[in-house]
Design a protein around this ligand. Structure first.
Ligand code: PLP
Length: 387
């Protein structure tokens, strides 16, 4: 029956998720309530515009819902920044942020994808790289963000916007220093906290609020919520951000996702969530330390957050990230290959992998479990070097 096909595939994916060790740093497992809200009748509703200013009738319930969602997110980050809860995903939020503050051709200063940045921070083949003039700051020889290169590049290239944020970076990001450099050089600061938002919410990473002019985040990584995003900004940019999103970059908001985002915020406000994030970081630190003990090179020598990178360049010169990802996949351990600082291989091969602890911590893994997984990964990598 054609109606069974999709549900059969969903069941197979559920089985896959139940039976693999999930180490992809950007993934997590959401609650039943998040799923319930996302699968609700709210998908039926058109609500172009904003609460109290809609282009459709019948919006009294969704108006209340969107307002509630906005308030809850301001509470999560203890902020009075304006928040727009309509972005559909991280990339959409970032493109909207640029559209609000920049004109095509303006200069953005960001971290290169190869160094740990994100596609939507101006990769040439992304629309963000085609619309704006992209410059990059870099990492120092240990793999830390080089704040001197941020400063030098800001002076040299006079960007309109500096982006502080990364997809593969294991250390604290100094938003205060970034803001100082941006404002000294006539630029605005955007913090993209997609990866670390859960840590910021739980007080386990310094907050960009009060420093950055605009802040974007996804809600599905360490925040453990629905696949979506948010944009926060200083009140003076509120109108620009709202109109850049609608009608600039979107039509009707996904009210079912906004409902699920409100549930995500409610969950992030609980003491259980803060305890969860503390365990995520503790597990990440313990696992990185175990790899170091076993002779692996962890980029920067360790981690302050939910993830870290292994660099095989010196310790396992014949091993690529692709080989490790593939070998682990066939043994039900999921992670992703990742470029390392000073990468010599292509993005399809790479010399490293990225490992995150947010998802398996949700499944109840503790320090001992992550250490056992580190040993299992070492066995598999060691067997690859013998082939
Ligand atoms: N920004 C950062 C730092 C990310 O890591 C990601 C996702 O990996 C995004 C933005 C984009 O999010 P999405 O995949 O929802 O477009």
């Amino acid at each position: 029956d054609i109606m069974d096909k999709v549900f059969e595939l969903i069941q197979r994916e559920q089985n896959r998720q139940n039976s693999t060790i999930e180490l992809i740093a950007s993934e997590n497992f959401v609650s039943e309530n998040v799923l319930k809200a996302a699968g609700s009748c709210l998908t039926n509703k058109y609500a172009e515009g904003y609460p109290g200013r809609r282009y459709y009738g019948g919006c009294e319930v969704v108006d209340e819902l969107e307002e509630y969602c906005r308030q809850k997110w301001q509470q999560v980050f203890a902020t009075d920044y304006h928040v727009n809860v309509q972005p559909l995903s991280g990339t959409h939020a970032n493109m909207t942020a640029y559209a609000a503050l920049l004109r095509p051709g303006d200069t953005i200063l960001s971290l290169d994808l190869q160094m740990g940045g994100h596609i939507s921070h101006g990769l040439p083949i992304s629309m963000t790289g085609r619309l704006y003039n992209i410059e990059h700051y870099g990492l120092d020889s240990r793999g830390y963000i080089d704040m001197r290169s941020v400063e030098d590049m800001a002076k040299k290239t006079r960007p309109k916007l500096i982006i502080a944020g990364a997809s593969a970076y294991s250390r604290i990001i100094d938003f205060e220093r970034f803001a100082h450099i941006a404002h000294e050089n006539g630029a605005l600061l955007m913090a993209d906290i997609a990866h670390i938002a859960g840590l910021v919410a739980a007080g386990e990473h310094p907050s960009p609020f009060g420093h950055a002019d605009i802040i974007t985040t996804t809600t599905h990584k360490t925040l453990r919520g629905i696949r979506s995003a948010l944009i926060f900004c200083k009140q003076e940019y509120a109108r620009k951000v709202d109109s850049a999103l609608f009608p600039g970059m979107a039509g009707g908001p996904h009210m079912h996702t906004i409902a699920a985002k409100a549930v995500t915020a409610e969950e992030a406000l609980t003491p259980e969530f803060r305890a969860y994030i503390r365990r995520v970081v503790e597990n990440s630190r313990a696992m990185a330390a175990e790899f170091t003990r076993m002779g692996y090179e962890v980029v920067t020598g360790g981690t302050d957050n939910h993830m870290f990178l292994l660099d095989f360049t010196h310790t396992h010169p014949t091993i690529t990230g692709q080989m490790v990802q593939q070998a682990l996949d066939s043994r039900a351990i999921t992670l992703n290959k990742n470029s390392v600082p000073g990468e010599k291989r292509s993005p399809m091969q790479t010399s490293g992998v990225r490992i995150g602890t947010a998802a398996m911590t949700t499944k109840g893994f503790g320090v001992d479990d992550f250490i056992a997984v580190a040993h299992r990964i070492d066995e598999i990598i060691t067997s690859l070097t013998r082939e």
